[in-house]
Design a protein around this ligand. Structure first.
Ligand code: PEP
Ligand code: MN
Length: 367
């Protein structure tokens, strides 16, 4: 049981025994030949634990390939039988769940556009009541950890205990280097709130571009994620959906072999001793930083009283600009990142304003 009350089990034995776990397959099952040929080549890499393929595709605009539908399920099941690998597909409503269960799909995933909608997640959860099947839940398209957790809770309340999360990045209006901004902090937040929940990264949908997949995959492993879901296709450039981000099974094999798998706990004594000395130094410094921050806020408070007595505004733009300029120059000279310094100063300034606002609004104490 977690703080949030999630009752969890690993989705499969390979989830506990392999690092990283790899789920791969085409974005969409297009034809029987493409599904089976991709699956066979993926299996031949020897690096993959399960096969994926989208059967019902949630497309942003109509008129694009919307998936093979029920017939595609048969191709996926055949691909699983011929390779000996478990198979998974995306479900977004009760009809999908029923069809996938009837066909014998081994586990399911809930897509980003479904996680975002509690009605849809509840429909999927209700359709799964009484069924013992693993479900992976992608993050919602908007950066909201509560919704992500809420979807896991809805499935859990319906009796699904074999749950894991998939981090696939978040949609944003501003276009950066990624199709979906990774916002790693949100994945870390979910992992911190539910430590026993296995998390997989989907670098394909974060990247939107095959050249960034290796880089994102390595970063995910370095953040201690359990594995990766990577889209692959026998002929990626000719794929009917997400062509730019798919890789051939051979490239998939290469990406996975080149990943550096680091461990989160090391038994080596010298390593542990050195780490604990360095951590003590960090503890000491954090202590000093907090003390200094507390002293700084107390002075801010005094300034607040002084400004109040003299009827002076809290915000003085020229002073703020001077602080930012001098501190950024100083921090830069000390090797600190400019963006970090800026963010830190904004936080401190915001808190100072709060402290002084409180002082300004204090009603004079009666004697
Ligand atoms: C997919 O996995 O092909 C898919 C549609 O993903 P997402 O829900 O992350 O957009
Ligand atoms: Mn896709």
């Amino acid at each position: 049981m977690t703080k949030k009350g999630l009752q969890l089990e690993p989705i499969a034995s390979w989830m506990k025994t392999s690092r990283p776990v790899i789920i791969s397959g085409p974005c969409s099952a297009e034809t029987e030949e493409q599904t089976i040929a991709t699956a066979k080549q993926i299996a031949a890499t020897g690096k993959v634990h399960a096969l994926r393929a989208g059967i019902w595709k949630p497309r942003t605009r109509p008129g694009q390939y919307e998936g093979a539908g029920d017939v595609g399920l048969q191709w996926l099941i055949k691909a699983g039988k011929e390779t000996g690998l478990p198979v998974t597909t995306e479900v977004a409503n009760a009809t999908h769940v029923e069809a996938a269960l009837k066909a014998g799909v081994n586990f399911l995933w809930v897509g980003a556009r479904t996680t975002v909608n509690p009605f849809s997640v509840q429909e999927v959860a209700d359709a799964l009541r009484g069924v013992d099947i693993p479900v992976l839940v992608k993050n919602p398209i908007n950066p909201d950890v509560e919704l992500w957790l809420g979807a896991l809770e809805r499935l859990n309340k319906a009796g699904i205990t074999k749950l894991a999360a998939i981090h696939r990045g978040f949609s944003s209006f501003e276009k950066g280097p990624f199709r979906n901004a990774p916002m790693w902090d949100l994945a870390i937040e979910l992992k911190t709130r539910v430590p026993e929940l296995d998390m997989i990264c989907d670098p394909s949908h974060i990247a939107g571009n095959r050249d960034l997949i290796a880089f994102i995959s390595q970063k995910a492993l370095d953040l201690d994620m359990a594995g990766l879901m990577i889209e692959s296709h026998i002929n990626p450039d000719a794929a009917w959906s997400d062509a730019k981000q798919q890789v051939t099974p051979a490239v998939l094999g290469k990406i996975v072999s080149e990943l550096v798998v680091r461990t989160s706990s090391v038994e080596n004594k010298t390593f542990k001793d050195t780490l604990s000395i360095l951590r003590e130094q960090i503890d000491q410094l954090d202590d000093e930083i907090m003390q200094k921050l507390s002293q700084r806020m107390k002075i801010s408070e005094k300034i607040g009283h002084y400004k109040k007595e003299n009827n002076v505004t809290i915000l003085q733009v020229s002073r703020w600009e001077e602080i930012v300029q001098t501190r950024i120059a100083l921090c830069k000279a000390m090797g600190l990142n400019e963006e970090f310094t800026n963010d830190l100063l904004k936080l401190i300034h915001h808190e100072s304003i709060q402290v002084q606002t409180k002082v300004m609004n204090q009603v004079a104490e009666r004697v």
